[in-house]
Unconditional design. Structure first.
Lengths: 455, 437
């Protein structure tokens, strides 16, 4: 009773955090396997990451990686798409996939006692998908219809236009769902070709995390995936190895959305690869600028001005140069004011208002002190380890994260801000009511490029 | 079958605050989760959106730390958020074990001493923020106005579920600061709240800390329970034009209240109708006939009475009338014959898995702390987890069939068509145009 309310209680020393041991194996077919024991609930998560995300779509075949991934659970062997769905359901499993710019990731989470059935099913789907014409036609049509619906979803329209503005014709320059024209031209043969050259063991990674021993998980991997064969496409160049276009000078682009209640904003430019040694100071810089609730951008646009429900900044990381951007959905009437304030914040950090030591301390604390909560579930652990494989990071990465972030200094943040924030090269994209926002925005940023919402 | 459970200790403080502790030591974090038994159902017509708006003010600071709720907790590595629905408002932090005192200090300060920190400036800014939240999540989102129209059609104007939690824009604009103070005094006090601590903490220490930080806050009066009833007298057909490419049809029915008889059955029914390719509606509408691009079914469980919702979006060139007929045929089949034995086998594996998956996290929305509070606030007993699992396991082909027959009445439902701008003729025949803002 009678708590002292004159001051906040002290926070104790940070608890010890030890990331569990990652054990690596390479199967005879070259499959890179990593296992992590996670004994809390009798659950196991398996993640398979294959080379070839949306950045591997050949030019003119945008959407091929994603539709191939979608076809994986449309049947295998004697099982139809319905049978596959039934088999997943009967082991209480959750099956999911994520088509990222560099890789595509498939995951299956199930009860520990169904781990063997789950692994066998996942292997059948990934290694031996049926890829039947009739299923392909249905899946393609659903994706074409989805693209059509996305024209009305302001954040999707913004993402698509922003990638194109950032990367132009570069392999990273499109959404994973692709384009209507490309989807209409694709065939089952294209999918089979993509599958046979990208879904190969020597460039794939399998991560298993769950309530089992390393040996059990390794046996599971060997049993289910040991017979996987295939070779990567000779001479294949990763999207990350293709140089992106040079950033243009400051520009404004508008995608008209008549009568929209809000404007969807993206303000940014290309920055740097995920692998950069500057990652820790960049993370801290982003936290200060817009990476958390108490950040300059959110405090200004939401808490001071009330222009938006929330504003943030972030890197859309990938192996190659990543976009760095501010994201917000702002009231139509406040659009130009919100853009002006955003630009001021982006410029301020590398100019008149460098990071302060208090901001640095807050950003570091928020990134490091709660770090253990990122590894509460088997799924979080498995996906985390898959990220290490994706970016070629060491197994000690999670253990070293906290000390590395804690060693970041004010000077380092100022240095990376000066290096990677380029106010003179910012692209401001607005999806909104052109008639209402066009003039005030043009006064701020000059004549806009007007883009179509067509996907 | 795995035995699954959610063990806890419960103690009620002298001021009426329920304190529940669950230990889980594998990660050095503690979840703090507070529920106030107030939601938009406690609002009045003309004064809607209040409970949710109030949730925003709870993050702006309290008397002894007026500088905002986020900074100290973020500085301690905490993750925090809150949410409001028709029935309750929840607030949570997940903090490193070392910051448990801080989290409890902050939560108790805003429970006991919020009002002195609520200034006119903050009130006005958060009004703008919430109006923008409404624009972002409803007005500027395809099909975003459907839930507003359905709520208004399912319940009469004086029913607490007639309006949605975000509230009417004109009510938000008319809201006054003095109303906030009254709202706080009525609903935000220990006797109308429940606190869960879950994670890396010993039970005895957790109970001591809860008592230290919350024990001296004054108890307020327990708000009277709301009781209402409502039914639909006929089938209502409505339509809205929206900025969408493809028409969508929604069907909604009144259904058994959360945890009531038939609630679990309707939840199972939703899965067997529209979850995955094996489900009946997906298989017929999307997989085989290809007349729809998506279909969903959901038992939206609520305290005063739930609603059951089926929705499907037309494939290009397909009519909502064909889709509605196909849905009706599947519903009629399940009403007549009930689920198959295979349906029930699939459900059994999924029930076990879903309850187990729910035990993976201590905090956040839907984590163990949130579940304990749900059981405590809605059932008066955090031990309801076991009963919750049991009511799903005890469902049979016949109980699911009976619940479907009881709920899915063709002569007592709301059918809403949402069609592209200027294409009102694509709505189901006999639909009345309605205005939603």
């Amino acid at each position: 009773m009678n708590v002292d309310r004159s001051r906040l209680p002290d926070v104790g020393a940070d608890p010890d955090f030890r990331f569990p041991v990652i054990v690596r194996h390479t199967l005879s077919n070259g499959l890179n396997v990593r296992t992590v024991e996670h004994h809390t609930v009798p659950i196991v998560t398996m993640v398979v990451q294959v080379e070839g995300g949306s950045g591997a779509d050949p030019s003119g075949q945008e959407g091929l990686a994603a539709i191939t991934a979608d076809m994986v659970d449309e049947g295998t062997g004697s099982l139809s798409a319905i049978d596959v769905s039934d088999a997943i359901t009967r082991i209480g499993a959750e099956y999911d996939l994520d088509v990222a710019p560099d890789v595509t990731t498939f995951s299956l989470t199930t009860l520990e006692r169904f781990a063997g059935r789950g692994a066998a099913l996942l292997a059948d789907l990934l290694v031996r998908p049926s890829l039947r014409d009739d299923d392909f036609e249905r899946v393609r049509r659903l994706r074409v219809d989805r693209l059509r619906q996305l024209k009305d979803v302001a954040p999707a329209v913004a993402e698509r236009a922003f990638l194109r503005l950032m990367y132009g014709q570069h392999p990273y320059g499109h959404l994973s769902i692709g384009s209507d024209a490309a989807l209409r031209e694709l065939s089952t043969g294209d999918v089979a070709g993509f599958h046979s050259s990208r879904f190969v063991p020597s460039t794939a990674t399998l991560v298993i995390a769950g309530d089992m021993s390393h040996d059990q998980m390794f046996d599971l991997a060997e049993e289910a995936f040991g017979g996987w064969s295939g070779d990567p496409l000779p001479g294949w160049v990763r999207a990350s190895e293709v140089a992106p276009p040079d950033g243009p000078v400051r520009r404004l682009a508008i995608v008209p959305r008549d009568g929209a209640a809000q404007s969807e904003l993206r303000i940014g430019h290309l920055s740097v690869e995920r692998n950069t040694p500057d990652y820790p100071p960049l993370l801290v810089m982003n936290s200060v600028l817009g990476g958390q609730f108490v950040s300059r951008v959110n405090l200004k646009l939401r808490e001071e001005k009330g222009y938006t429900y929330g504003a943030r900044t972030g890197f859309d990381w990938r192996r190659g140069k990543a976009p760095f951007a501010l994201h917000a959905s702002v009231h139509t009437a406040s659009t130009a004011d919100a853009v002006r304030d955003s630009l001021e914040e982006l410029e301020g950090l590398r100019g008149a208002r460098p990071v302060t030591s208090a901001e640095l301390a807050l950003a570091k604390a928020s990134l490091t002190r709660g770090y253990p909560r990122n590894f509460e579930t088997a799924g979080q652990v498995a996906r985390g380890v898959a990220q290490l494989a994706l970016y070629g990071l060491p197994d000690t990465y999670f253990q070293e994260f906290v000390p590395k972030v804690n060693s970041v200094t004010v000077d380092e943040v100022s240095r990376v801000a000066a290096t990677y924030l380029r106010p003179e090269r910012l692209t401001t994209l607005v999806v909104g009511d052109h008639a209402a926002i066009g003039e005030p925005l043009s006064r701020l940023l000059g004549e806009p490029i007007v883009l179509s919402p067509e996907m | 079958m795995t035995t699954i459970g959610l063990p806890f200790t419960k103690h009620t403080l002298g001021n009426g605050l329920d304190v529940i502790v669950h230990e889980a030591h594998h990660v050095p974090i503690v979840a703090v989760n507070v529920w106030y038994h107030v939601g938009s159902k406690n609002e009045r017509p003309g004064r809607t959106g209040f409970a949710h708006f109030f949730e925003h003010l709870m993050f702006e600071g309290s008397k002894h730390h007026p500088g905002g709720y986020f900074p100290p907790l973020q500085n301690a590595g905490g993750l925090l958020n809150g949410s409001t629905n028709t029935d309750r408002t929840n607030y949570w932090e997940v903090v490193p074990t070392s910051a448990i005192d801080l989290a409890l200090w902050m939560e108790s300060d805003r429970m006991g001493y919020l009002l002195p920190a609520v200034t006119a400036d903050r009130f006005e800014t958060q009004r703008d923020v919430v109006l923008n939240e409404r624009r972002q999540n409803y007005e500027n989102r395809p099909y975003g106005m459907a839930i507003i129209a359905l709520s208004a059609a399912l319940y009469p104007p004086d029913h607490p579920y007639h309006w949605v939690t975000i509230g009417a824009a004109e009510d938000l604009k008319a809201m006054r600061l003095d109303e906030v103070q009254q709202f706080f005094r009525t609903y935000y006090h220990p006797a109308n709240a429940s606190l869960v601590l879950a994670g890396d903490i010993d039970t005895a220490r957790a109970l001591d800390l809860a008592d230290s930080y919350f024990g001296d806050l004054p108890a307020g009066p327990r708000p009277a329970r709301i009781t209402v009833s409502g039914s639909l007298a006929r089938e209502y057909r409505l339509k809205i034009e929206d900025r969408v490419e493809l028409p969508r049809v929604y069907m909604a029915w009144h259904s058994p209240a959360m945890f009531g008889d038939g609630d679990a059955e309707m939840d199972l029914l939703a899965d067997l109708l529209a979850n995955g390719k094996t489900s009946r509606l997906y298989r017929t509408l999307v997989y085989e006939r290809r007349i729809a691009v998506d279909v969903s079914a959901h038992q939206s469980s609520r305290e005063l009475g739930s609603f059951f919702l089926v929705a499907a979006t037309a494939a290009p060139g397909q009519s909502l009338s064909d889709i509605a007929s196909a849905i009706d045929a599947e519903l009629q089949a399940v009403i007549s014959e009930g689920p198959s034995a295979a349906d029930m086998e699939r459900a059994e594996a999924q029930i076990e898995a879903h309850f187990l998956y729910r035990l993976q996290t201590v905090g956040g929305f839907g984590g163990k702390s949130d579940q304990l509070n749900a059981y405590n606030v809605f059932c008066g007993d955090p031990a309801f987890f076991a009963r919750d699992v049991a009511r799903y396991r005890e469902a049979t082909q016949e109980t699911v069939r009976a619940a479907a027959a009881d709920v899915l009445r063709f002569d007592a439902r709301v059918i809403l068509s949402i069609v592209p701008l200027g294409r009102h003729e694509l709505a189901l025949a006999g639909s009345e145009p309605i205005a939603v803002s």
